[in-house]
Write a protein that binds this ligand. Structure first.
Ligand SMILES: [Zn+2]
Length: 113
């Protein structure tokens, strides 16, 4: 009965942040100065964040979009190296990955800034 339920949310360790009382004066969807916007640059998959908007911690939702660079490479390969035409689309880092909060859906950032 005292054992935690499987699947229950584990307590997140504070990352060196001082234990500060939470004030309820800040309006919703305003970035808090206590929580910087997570840096998701270079991340091609979901990353663990603390959302600066709703303060929830969790993995980001990612949306993968083909970048314009991929289309340029694709067209160049079509003319100069036909077997490589689709190769840019097999390289995850070529995609533009948009990270958003899974709770409040606010956009956190993209993998290429
Ligand atoms: Zn959020």
């Amino acid at each position: 009965m005292q054992a935690p339920q499987p699947g229950s949310y584990p307590a997140q360790p504070h990352m060196g942040a001082p234990h500060m009382p939470v004030t309820h004066q800040a309006p919703a969807y305003q970035p808090s100065p206590q929580i910087p916007v997570p840096n998701v640059a270079g991340a091609t998959g979901p990353v663990q964040i603390v959302c600066p908007y709703c303060k929830a911690s969790g993995m980001t939702n990612t949306v993968k979009q083909a970048s314009s660079m991929q289309w340029i490479i694709c067209v160049l390969c079509f003319f100069f190296c036909f077997p490589c035409t689709c190769s840019p689309f097999y390289i995850p880092s070529c995609y533009k990955i948009t990270h958003s909060c899974q709770f409040c859906k606010s956009q956190i950032g993209t993998n290429n800034k």
